[in-house]
Design a protein around this ligand. Structure first.
Ligand code: IPE
Ligand code: IPE
Ligand code: MG
Length: 261
């Protein structure tokens, strides 16, 4: 299957698409175990699911995709799995950078990158530089990332750069220093693998994100699975604290003021 082919014929209309999709790609190990394969074989297949998901987001006009690849807690895994994941990460960056660039993808890697080896840091810098001016899809990969780490590093940088404002920092001030400051807050969050938890992913940004959990294991996730999640998202009423009645009033006002909108 090529980068831009899809297993689904119907692509939903762009207007009701989430603008930012954030995914916890979970279940690689269980996918492999079910097939009597080593856990790492699941990670290899997981890269294929990433490729398919990137293509599906581009086809659907979703401009931001954020993927949780490695958490700050994943260092607790057996050393051989961690080192396999690091090598796979370098290889995927090297293999995919050109293809992503040709597809108009801007790649951002967010997390505490200092803990990574220099070959990985170089591969990250090269892929980011190559794709920096693209705008079709911003693909953010969270690696050695933790939501609490991000809030803490943002707080420390803000305090260092604006000490005079201490005691009066605003939410907007802090958000500027988040490693996710380049993206809007996610509209839709998907977690594969059956667990219903956030696992220290985008703690700050998920405040009003619609959550979708699926038992599918990450290597099984495809364009049709994405469409299921989007269909669920499209049935949600996002109230942001308001009442349902206020929302229908606002939308009928809008229709009166802007008949073509
Ligand atoms: C997610 O799959 C990938 C990473 C965390 C790197 P897992 O490796 O967590 O797979 P399961 O949850 O053990 O099946
Ligand atoms: C979350 O998956 C992190 C990534 C997918 C990178 P985990 O498998 O590490 O999460 P827990 O340990 O089940 O919460
Ligand atoms: Mg897991």
């Amino acid at each position: 299957m090529g980068l831009f082919s899809s297993s689904t014929k119907e692509v939903p209309v762009a207007a009701s698409m989430p603008q930012h999709l954030a995914i916890i790609m979970d279940g690689n190990g269980r996918w492999a175990k079910k097939r009597f394969m080593p856990r790492v074989a699941g990670h290899v297949r997981g890269v294929e699911a990433v490729r398919g998901t990137v293509a599906a987001c581009i086809e659907r006009g979703i401009p931001y995709l954020t993927l949780f690849a490695f958490s700050s807690e994943n260092w607790r895994r057996p050393a051989d799995e961690v080192s396999f994941l690091m090598k796979l990460f370098v290889k995927a960056l090297q293999d995919e950078a050109e293809r992503l660039n040709n597809a108009g993808v801007r790649l951002r890697i967010v997390g505490d990158l200092e803990r990574f080896d220099s070959d990985l840091r170089q591969a990250i810098a090269a892929a980011e530089a190559l794709t920096a001016s693209n705008s079709t899809l911003t693909l953010t990969v969270a690696a050695n990332y933790g939501g609490r780490w991000d809030i803490t590093q943002a707080m420390n940088r803000l305090a260092l750069e604006s000490p005079a404002k201490a005691g009066h920092y605003t939410e907007a001030d802090l958000a500027t220093y988040s490693v996710m400051a380049h993206a809007p807050e996610p509209d839709l969050f998907i977690r594969t693998g059956g667990e219903q938890r956030i696992s220290n992913f985008l703690l700050w940004q998920l405040a009003y994100t619609e959550l979708f959990f699926t038992d599918l294991l990450w290597p099984e996730f495809d364009a049709a699975s994405l469409d299921n999640a989007i269909a669920s998202f499209q049935t949600r009423e996002r109230r942001f604290g308001r009442t349902s009645e206020q929302l229908s009033l606002a939308s009928s006002d809008k229709q009166v003021q802007q008949p073509d909108a």
